[in-house]
Design a protein around this ligand. Structure first.
Ligand code: HEM
Length: 632
């Protein structure tokens, strides 16, 4: 019996080794013919098994070697998300486009802006790798997961919902939500000085609430704000379920456990002996119930012709299908090219991906923005001075999307936002795939042939540090580089105002209200990828930008942010410290915060600090304890 089992195991192992070796050999032949520099890897780094276990092992191994040795010897390539850790340096050594050969396929890594532009504009030749996105169809087909004419249709129908009317709604909802977050961070009196330990938890809540309001028309309250906090109020068709979770908890529970929900069927999650799995199943079920109720309510409103203005994204999609033109009846009988409206399941599928695509990304950007500003007192002061110029004494209630947004974007508010996403783009690499046939590509003026089926990584985190494309303001203060591309320097966007990296003057992005949206430095096409590029770039870009700029403006209008030093000194001790002692203490805290940001940030869909926190404090402007003592 034992020998039979051993024989089966050995045969399977032999089969695996032989088929992997054969696959590797075949892929090496393709790599040779491609004309690209290549390196051979013994494992498929995007294999789920390797992503879970392999990278833990390799993550431990690399700790024992200097970074320069690792990037020179290709060891870095065994980490699926190496570009987060090593930035541009591997490309510096191996060229801006290179290929890794693996047993199952090849992957092409790119930090060359012209090549990225070619890939982004040839949508049919370089589609998204479908296998990475398939599970996201959980609640219905949608704009993120589809390709070809079906995607074109989804994009055409969903895009109008992200127009200027919705941006104005995002503006208002972001003000409402940031006000509540500020109350938590500074106390009812607004005196500040409260240590905020888990900043990410709060920015997650902020971004979730903004999507709930501007995306679904459901305004959520922060705990302690209202007795009925987190209760959904929009449902009125009499079919409401007895909910076991609040709307907010259903949304948050689903997003928190989304990997389980996407990987396993609900019936299995319900019976698995892990609380987290059962919680995931409950959240998914409750989310579905709430969405069905919301959908029914919005459908009733659309048919009755109610709520024409200021519509949330889902409301606009339902109105398109069920409003006066009632396009949905035609939808099922037409091909994608003629269709005008989404089916019910497609509306629900799109609602889910808006939530998924917009939640963690925005929350991460808001979180890192606070930390980077706490590390850079000079940038805070410049930011506050611009906020004063734009808003003066005008109360926040009088801020207006149409009047203020262009000025906000063209100031340090925009510069801080763009620089944060240059340094830490929430999505480090945008994945594509070589379509069903080999593709000819020009790389450095030379013809190359990219093997069919290869995956392609547009390495945003790396190209954002490529000195060929980015202006530097001087030597780095955090590395030995003679440029400052590893540093957070928002003013680089202002010093090069309006100029493109090739010396031409940027056109500026026009908002539909006629204002020029971007008079800051204009990166060359293909060199700035936080929202990807080309036809498949982020649909919620403006949504996210408005939300981020509002939070920055509201926080820094009245407050400064400092790293909390509670672990080293209590408030009385700080009070008695001399300026020199305070500088020394804050500097130590800065080193510690930088280490946490570097060593505890990891990529699981988006970049986030995991397993550690960098606590902060908001202090009223003029009452800073530390940062007024620093020039930089
Ligand atoms: C800072 C915040 C955000 C960042 C950095 C970001 C980034 C991105 C990136 C890199 C992509 C391309 C992904 C790929 O090709 O695999 C993308 C696509 C997308 N994003 Fe965002 N996103 C953000 C916020 C949002 C928000 C708030 C929404 C909606 C409410 C949203 C909706 C979408 C959708 C629908 C797509 C797919 C577009 C298509 O395939 O046609 N995103 N986003």
């Amino acid at each position: 019996m034992v020998s039979t089992v051993s024989l089966v195991v050995l045969s399977l192992l032999a089969y695996y080794v032989l088929s992997s070796s054969y696959g590797l050999w075949k892929n090496v032949q393709k790599a040779k013919a491609s004309g690209l520099p290549y390196v051979v890897l013994p494992v498929h780094i995007f294999n789920p098994f390797w992503i879970v276990f392999g990278r833990i092992v390799i993550g431990q191994v690399v700790k024992y070697f200097p970074d320069a040795w690792i990037t020179r010897n290709y060891l870095f390539l065994l980490m699926p998300e190496w570009s987060w850790r090593y930035g541009y340096s591997p490309f510096e050594k191996h060229g801006d486009v290179f290929l890794s050969v693996m047993p199952a396929s090849c992957n092409i890594w790119i930090a060359d802006r012209e090549v990225i532009s070619q890939v982004s504009s040839r949508r049919d030749d370089f589609p998204k790798p479908g296998w990475m996105y398939r599970t996201i169809n959980l609640f219905g087909r949608n704009v993120v997961t589809t390709e070809g004419s079906e995607w074109k249709f989804h994009r055409k129908v969903t895009s109008p919902s992200f127009g200027e009317k919705n941006n104005a709604l995002v503006f208002e909802e972001s003000i409402r939500q940031t006000r509540q977050m500020l109350r938590k961070w500074t106390g009812d009196s607004g005196a500040g000085g409260i240590t905020v330990r888990n900043v990410l938890e709060d920015t997650m809540r902020l971004s979730l609430h903004v999507i709930s309001g501007a995306g679904f028309g459901v305004t959520l309250q922060w705990p302690g704000t209202s007795k009925d906090a987190d209760r959904i109020s929009a449902v009125g068709d009499g079919s409401a379920h007895q909910h076991t979770l609040s709307f907010k908890d259903a949304l948050a529970g689903l997003l928190h456990n989304v990997i389980f929900v996407l990987a396993f069927p609900k019936w299995l999650l319900k019976i698995l002996p892990f609380k987290r799995a059962r919680d995931a199943a409950e959240a998914a079920l409750e989310y579905e119930n709430y969405m069905n109720e919301l959908f029914a309510e919005k459908k009733r409103e659309a048919i009755a012709g109610e709520k024409a203005e200021g519509m949330d994204i889902m409301g606009a999609l339902v109105k398109n299908s069920y409003g006066p033109e009632n396009r949905v009846n035609r939808a099922t009988t037409q091909g994608d090219a003629e269709r005008q409206a989404l089916t019910d399941s497609e509306i629900l599928g799109n609602a889910f991906v808006f939530l998924l695509a917009g939640h963690e990304t925005s929350a991460g950007a808001l979180h890192y923005t606070m930390l980077l500003l706490a590390l850079h007192p000079d940038s805070q002061r410049e930011l506050q001075s611009d906020i004063d110029k734009i808003f003066g004494d005008r109360p926040i209630d009088e801020w207006d999307y149409n009047k203020d947004i262009a000025a906000m974007q063209n100031s340090m508010i925009g510069a801080v936002m763009f620089e944060e996403m240059r340094l830490i783009p929430p999505v480090t690499n945008v994945p594509k795939q070589v379509s069903i046939r080999d593709q000819v590509m020009i790389v450095n003026g030379k013809k190359t042939v990219w093997p069919e089926g290869s995956t392609v990584s547009l390495c945003g985190h790396s190209i954002h540090r490529n000195p060929k494309y980015w202006p530097s303001t001087g030597p780095s203060t955090v590395t030995d580089d003679d440029h400052d591309l590893e540093d957070f320097v928002p003013r680089r966007w202002l010093l090069n105002k309006g100029a493109a990296a090739d010396g031409s003057v940027a056109d500026g992005e026009e908002l539909s209200n006629g204002a020029a949206a971007n008079k800051l430095y204009h990166p060359l096409k293909g060199s700035y990828l936080p929202f990807s590029e080309g036809a498949r770039s982020c649909l919620g870009k403006r949504f996210a930008q408005v939300e981020i700029m509002i939070m920055i403006a509201m926080v820094f209008k009245h407050y400064s942010v400092e790293l909390a030093v509670d672990e080293s000194a209590d408030d009385d001790t700080v009070e008695k410290m001399s300026s020199a002692e305070r500088i020394e203490l804050y500097d130590k805290q800065r080193v510690k915060a930088r280490t946490i940001i570097r060593d505890f940030s990891s990529v699981m869909i988006t970049v986030q600090i995991r397993g550690n926190d960098v606590p902060i404090r908001l202090v009223p402007r003029g009452k800073e304890r530390f940062i007024h003592l620093f020039k930089h």
